[in-house]
Design a binder for this molecule. Structure first.
Ligand code: BG6
Length: 484
């Protein structure tokens, strides 16, 4: 395990909210090497003592529980103020840390990846076994992602490049793999013959607040779908890997992303909805709308198709939005109706097909909807009713911050939960098809009140399991025809 972490963007939002708290927890749990050291690099002109004070104010929870660990973390941390556009300054300040293999973590805007990479190279920090970690977004479209990947590739080998998608560091997201490949029951029916549709929903109550500059240039499609949502889709849809190694898993995910059917201007008219939140009320609080002078969406609904043998014809509905009524991330797999219905009650029109609902956050639950007659009177044993098999861990296990897992993996050199160059490019390729189709079709951005489930036009894209009813009709019409 490497023991030197160079953290670029050290005074940024991600560093203070997730990266330093993660390091604190890892240190507390003795998951870092005894010689662990941090070189924190930011733009702000601070000395070690100022930075230590700044960090202490953000990490100190006030109850003194982790006071010793916090002191320890600060003692291991040096702060440097540097311009990442200046390779010579980087070389001068950083080459002293090239004495042993290190991990350089770029928690910076993507336009700094290329210059930072040059400076790190000049300082000798990308040589030997040293590694580079990059936060999303990797570029803004396929061309810029390819340019970043090409620069990275000329500086160090792909086996030492770690692109973060923090959703992959979430334990319930990893559980998607466990459920799929650890159970005969799942894999046997995991295909178009038995599955009618898949819903992936990532709803947030938070708004864009404080990130307008970045967001206005990205929007929900690039900020959420290109990475987190497509990673969830890839985990749900990939073929079973022959083993759980970094490249086999990433090979299979990449194949799925490459098989996504590109969208055309005609497709987006029926298979997409864009929205932007207006003023409204979220969790009882009045909030402002997103008024930035750009035409980006804060909500997107897409119906995607994967053109391969397993998923032919199965719609994957992807919905994500900010300022929704509740924070909910879930994957819902809806199965086809049984091929032949023999029961009088309910009639086949009212029989509810099986549905597997995997809720990933905030709670972690798995719910399987079945039909059964357990609740019927004895003499009416053929009267079926929907029943639910509920799996939840009680109490919900305390989960680590996703970045804790990813930091440890990067320090150890395990790439399984990181995104490979071809994977990121395959995802951008599909996203580019959507954004250029939107442009060609002049797809409108509908306003929706903050605290609602998005524009009315998107109601057919929402999972039927959503606690808000009435926006989407319960299920589709059941035909009772043979499933395949
Ligand atoms: C980030 C996006 O990658 O993920 C944010 O840039 C979004 O806009 C966040 O809010 C959501 O992450 P989580 O872990 O809170 O679901």
């Amino acid at each position: 395990m490497h023991d030197t972490l160079l953290l670029f963007g050290a005074t940024g939002d991600l560093a203070q909210r997730y990266l330093f708290p993660s390091l604190l927890h890892l240190l507390r749990d003795r998951l870092l090497p005894p010689t662990f050291r941090v070189v924190a690099v930011g733009r702000t002109g601070l000395d070690d003592a100022d930075f230590g004070q700044w960090l202490r104010e953000r990490l100190d929870d006030g109850d003194g529980r982790d006071a010793d660990v916090l002191d320890d973390l600060l003692a291991r941390t040096r702060y440097l103020s540097l311009d990442l556009n200046d390779p010579e300054a980087m070389r001068t300040a950083l080459s002293q840390y090239a004495d042993r293999p290190s991990v350089s973590y770029l928690s910076t805007p993507p336009d700094l990846f290329v210059p930072a990479c040059r400076g790190l190279k000049a300082a000798g920090l990308l040589e030997g076994q040293s590694r580079l970690v990059l936060e999303k977004p990797i570029g803004r479209d396929l061309a810029s992602a390819c340019a970043i990947n090409a620069t990275l590739g000329s500086a160090l080998d792909e086996s030492r490049i770690f692109r973060i998608d923090h959703y992959l560091g979430k334990a319930p997201v990893q559980n998607l793999l466990a459920l799929r490949f650890g159970n005969t029951l799942m894999e046997a029916v995991w295909q178009h013959r038995w599955i009618a549709s898949v819903d992936i929903l990532v709803a947030e109550t938070a708004g864009v607040d404080g990130r307008e500059g970045y967001y206005a240039n990205y929007g929900a499609l690039r900020d959420m779908v290109q990475n987190h949502m497509l990673q969830l889709l890839a985990l749900v849809a990939m073929e079973p890997p022959s083993e759980l190694s970094a490249n086999t898993v990433r090979d299979e995910k990449t194949k799925v992303l490459r098989a996504l059917r590109p969208m055309t201007a005609r497709d987006v008219a029926i298979d997409s909805v864009r929205g932007r939140y207006d003023t409204g009320v979220v969790e009882g609080e009045a909030v402002n709308g997103f008024t930035h002078d750009s035409d980006v969406e804060t909500f997107v609904a897409l119906r995607a198709y994967i053109d391969n043998w397993r998923w032919a014809g199965v719609p994957f509905r992807l919905v994500t939005g900010k300022r929704m009524p509740s924070r909910t991330t879930e994957v819902v797999v809806s199965f086809k109706p049984v091929s032949h219905w023999v029961f009088e009650r309910p009639d086949r029109e009212r029989a509810r097909p099986n549905r597997l609902r995997m809720r990933l956050q905030p709670e972690e639950t798995i719910e399987l909807g079945l039909m059964g007659s357990l609740a019927a009177p004895e003499w009416g044993a053929t009267e079926l009713q929907p029943m639910s098999l509920d799996l939840s861990m009680s109490p919900t296990p305390a989960r680590r911050i996703a970045h804790e897992r990813l930091l440890v993996d990067a320090l150890k050199g395990d790439q399984t939960l990181f995104v490979r160059d071809d994977e990121v490019e395959a995802a951008w390729g599909w996203i580019d098809s959507v954004s250029s189709a939107w442009q060609e079709a002049a797809t409108p951005v509908h306003n929706y009140p903050a605290g609602s489930w998005g524009p009315a036009a998107a109601s057919d894209f929402l999972p039927v399991t959503l606690s808000t009813r009435g926006q989407r009709k319960q299920g589709g019409k059941q035909t009772g025809k043979p499933a395949a």
